[in-house]
Design a protein. Sequence first.
Length: 207
Amino acid sequence: MPFADRVDAGRQLARRVRHLAAPDVVVLGLPRGGVPVAFEVARELGAPLDVIVVRKLGYPFRPELAMGAIGEDGCEVLDRAEVALHGVTDEQVRAVERREREELEARVRRLRGDRQRIDLTARTALIVDDGIATGATAQVACRVARLQGAARVVVAAPVAPASAAEELDAADALVVVESPEPFGAVGRWYRRFEPVTDEEVAALLNA
């Protein structure tokens, strides 16, 4: 087992990203499991910590299939021409967006409380998760970070399959500690992999 828990994983990952330490770096944890890992990375780098919250936009007729995604402050990743080819109207897209925007804003309030999002304009966004399986969430987070003004986007995770770099073409760089094959599930590479609560995330952001 490469990692005892997310704290151990975060400390190991922090050693791999020391070379990224710079005044312009912002560490962004992907909720929920990525935040305990990101906390250790931010502490090692002496960098500010925030979350990057994204929500998938599912097709109205197949919600499990993503037609796009949204982030905070109106950020949207959506290929409208592709969506139109599938027969989805602008009205249907707006309905899905409204619903997911409400969910996103509620989650942001739970996690961040009254704190403002850290401005990413002209900064390096270091996006951290507890592991990468498909890379879909991290890919969307990269695009959202760019829409929020990030000049450079790096994804870091303790564990990811060897193919992750190809999947994450929206990132400028990918840093991982372990790339086991066959990969399976992220939790397989942790001795302890309990769910992380919103309350735990909020506490780490306020620490």
